[in-house]
Design a protein around this ligand. Structure first.
Ligand code: PLP
Length: 283
């Protein structure tokens, strides 16, 4: 495997960044995960839009122009022979003597890109049976709209889910509403067929998969309502599912030990999963 590290394509096994990289010391950086399908990037334009926004919110410079960045993403995918999988990009404020305040202007941001294959067969098998979710108290900072590499609460929540035999943890805010999963956006389908997901104004990362699924659902004549929902509403929902670039639409069949509907993936989730790529942009 090959990784891109600050201007070089190097063997993945020995690819490394400096010990004084601010990503390493302060989580002072952001990332993106973009799906690769048939060797092509899925919705890369939107992922790069979000990358630019995350960086600008943190006042980190874009490590290179968009066209160059696209070329690096493509090159890493090609050099690794990835047909179906993901490409990962991480940009940090760069390398400088440890000091919380920003380093001197002109300090170059660091850029790392890796790619890996996904076991598509395993993912499809999982989608046919659905996954379990647990709910945990929201304990992240309020700026979860920025896709930072500061993911400690997400790491702990995912581990808690894993130890409970679940695939994902949904954070629940102080008002008792689900915000999102530790690495996915959260959705339910109500008894009258409305597709419900939390508005992007607060408490969530504005998922690219979420945006495409919303567009797909509307194009398929389904009703999408952006509003917050509680775990109790989710237990009683007709369907539940999660979305992310790495798992696409993944049905949820159990939440906190409550079986959702008949315990099988719902028809809305199945249709959205099946039709997702008709509505995503390939480049
Ligand atoms: N929410 C969180 C916290 C995430 O980490 C992710 C993806 O990693 C998502 C939502 C889904 O975003 P996307 O659909 O852009 O992958």
């Amino acid at each position: 495997r090959i990784a891109y590290v600050n201007g070089r394509y190097v063997p993945h096994r020995t690819a490394s960044v400096h010990v004084e990289d601010r990503g390493y010391q302060f989580s002072d950086g952001v990332y993106e995960v973009c799906e690769v399908r048939g060797g092509h990037l899925v919705d890369a334009r939107r992922h790069l839009d979000r990358l630019e926004r995350s960086l600008s919110e943190l006042r980190i410079a874009m490590p290179m122009g968009r066209a160059a960045l696209m070329a690096v993403l493509r090159e890493v995918v090609a050099r690794n022979g990835v047909k179906n999988g993901i490409v990962y990009l991480q940009a940090t404020r760069g390398v400088a003597r440890r000091d919380h305040a920003f380093p001197a202007p002109g300090t170059a941001p660091s850029l790392v890109v890796t790619a890996r294959r996904a076991d598509m067969a395993a993912q499809e098998r999982l989608a046919t049976v659905g996954v379990h979710v647990i709910c945990v108290p929201e304990n992240r900072w309020p700026r979860v709209d920025i896709k930072t590499v500061g993911l400690l609460p997400n790491v702990l929540a995912k581990q808690q889910a894993k130890e409970a035999g679940a695939r994902e943890a949904w954070f629940v805010d102080a008002e008792g509403h689900v915000t999102e999963g530790s690495s996915t956006n959260a959705w339910i389908v109500t008894g009258d067929g409305q597709i419900v997901t939390r508005p992007a104004e607060s408490g969530i990362l504005k998922g690219i998969t979420r945006a495409v699924v919303m567009e797909a659902a509307k194009a398929l004549g389904l009703v999408v309502v952006e509003r917050a929902f509680t775990p109790q509403e989710a237990y009683a929902a007709r369907e539940a599912f999660i979305t992310a670039a790495s798992t696409l639409v993944m049905p949820v069949v159990e939440i906190d030990g409550h079986t959702i509907a008949n315990g099988q993936p719902g028809s809305v989730a199945r249709e959205l999963r099946q039709r997702f790529h008709d509505f995503s942009e390939v480049s």
